[in-house]
Write a new protein. Structure first.
Length: 220
């Protein structure tokens, strides 16, 4: 593991429009090859932290360095989002096209891939998540577990270096949860993983940090 982190959030503070401080003095470094489990009570700001890491929410103090470059402007974060993929807690927030194939191809096409290349990426990615042949399936007719895997496929199709996973097993039955865990264990990307299920954290994380009122601390 390299000494230089892929992502480094340093002394970050996030204040809402109503003046409420959601994050205060948060430091997090994510290195290649590690899977960081992020735990903490409901409402403490775990999802907020993931959104900060891709620039969906601005910091009011502190900063973020990614892949050796400071991220300050929207252009900086646009470049970062090519290398950092966020799996939203609710799959319906991730899936917006009529068919599965269109949803997964959207990212590669947006990056300039040809339609043939995007179709090839879509096929490979669906096979990887265990949904080969789902290209023409209607997204809103999928089961909750299928939607979750398709949502992950839209992220993986971008071939990110870092995955930010917000409750990846939420709403899944036992079989679908096991499929998701085995799939995530097989991936090489660095990860930051939010989950309320300690069994999921224990199986996936290489280290665990706890978010509290005083920032992040190593979990014991």
């Amino acid at each position: 593991m390299s000494d230089a982190p892929l992502i480094h959030l340093h002394d970050a503070q996030v204040t809402r429009d109503d003046g409420r401080v959601v994050l205060d003095g948060v430091d997090l470094a994510v290195h290649a090859g590690e899977r960081v489990g992020l735990v903490g009570p409901n409402g403490i700001g775990k999802t907020t932290l993931l959104h900060v890491l891709v620039g969906l929410l601005p910091v009011t103090a502190g900063g973020l360095t990614a892949f050796g470059q400071p991220c300050r402007t929207e252009r900086d974060f646009a470049d970062l989002r090519r290398r950092v993929g966020l799996l939203f807690q609710d799959s319906d927030d991730q899936l917006f096209c009529p068919t599965v194939g269109e949803d997964i191809a959207f990212g590669p096409l947006n990056l300039g891939a040809s339609r043939d290349d995007a179709a090839a990426v879509t096929g490979r990615t669906l096979a990887r998540v265990g949904l080969a042949g789902f290209e023409q399936r209607i997204t809103y007719r999928l089961s909750g577990g299928e939607k979750r895997l398709v949502a992950l496929a839209t992220v993986l199709a971008m071939q990110p270096d870092v995955l930010l996973l917000d409750e990846p097993t939420t709403g899944l039955d036992e079989d679908a949860e096991e499929r998701m865990i085995l799939l995530l264990q097989s991936l090489d990307q660095a990860m930051v993983l939010v989950s309320h299920d300690r069994r999921v954290i224990d199986r996936l994380a290489t280290r665990v940090v706890r978010l509290g009122q005083n920032g992040l601390q190593a979990d014991t």
